[in-house]
Design a protein around this ligand. Structure first.
Ligand SMILES: Nc1ncnc2c1ncn2[C@@H]1O[C@H](COP(=O)(O)OP(=O)(O)OP(=O)(O)O)[C@@H](O)[C@H]1O
Ligand SMILES: [Mg+2]
Length: 131
């Protein structure tokens, strides 16, 4: 969804404000290379990431040869990606596909609204600061 603001100053100008979204993904560290490559293919070349530990849905931990493994023991990477809304759907689809193994503990994706963004060097703001 785009938000349109109409202003009148001598001549009619239409300003389009692109809404920004933050996509947070907690993925298997072992899938990071594949995820990064897939994001690159859809031209999402900017994101932050760090290694995390966490707790998932423990009742779905598994037992292998009598030893219980918790899915929280899986090494994970947290990705934070801010995109203009036009990129939201394909970014989420790409994450869902590239981070998938089909076994418990594949991770999570959270989407939230971003109120503002700034590029410090140029002082550009909003979606223009993301490109
Ligand atoms: N609701 C949540 N809020 C914040 N972080 C979460 C949440 N749920 C999961 N996480 C993070 O995601 C990681 C992976 O979760 P996990 O994949 O085990 O989710 P799940 O819901 O148990 O799914 P699955 O059934 O595939 O195991 C957790 O270790 C934790 O770091
Ligand atoms: Mg789990």
């Amino acid at each position: 969804m785009k938000k349109y603001i109409y202003t009148f100053d001598g001549e009619l100008t239409i300003k389009i404000i692109l809404i920004m979204k933050k996509i947070e993904a907690i993925i298997r560290k072992s899938k990071f290379g594949e995820v990064k490559e897939a994001l690159h293919e859809i031209e999402v070349n900017f994101f932050s990431y760090w290694d995390v530990t966490g707790v998932g849905n423990e009742k779905q931990g598994h037992v292998y040869r009598g030893v219980s493994y918790s899915t929280s023991d899986i090494q994970r990477r947290f990705l934070s990606i801010v995109v203009s809304e036009e990129f939201l759907e394909k970014t989420v689809e790409t994450l869902l596909k590239s981070a998938y193994t089909g076994t418990v503990g594949d991770g999570k994706i959270f989407v939230s609204n971003v109120i503002e963004a700034y590029r410090i060097r140029t002082k550009e703001k909003g979606a223009n600061s993301l490109k």
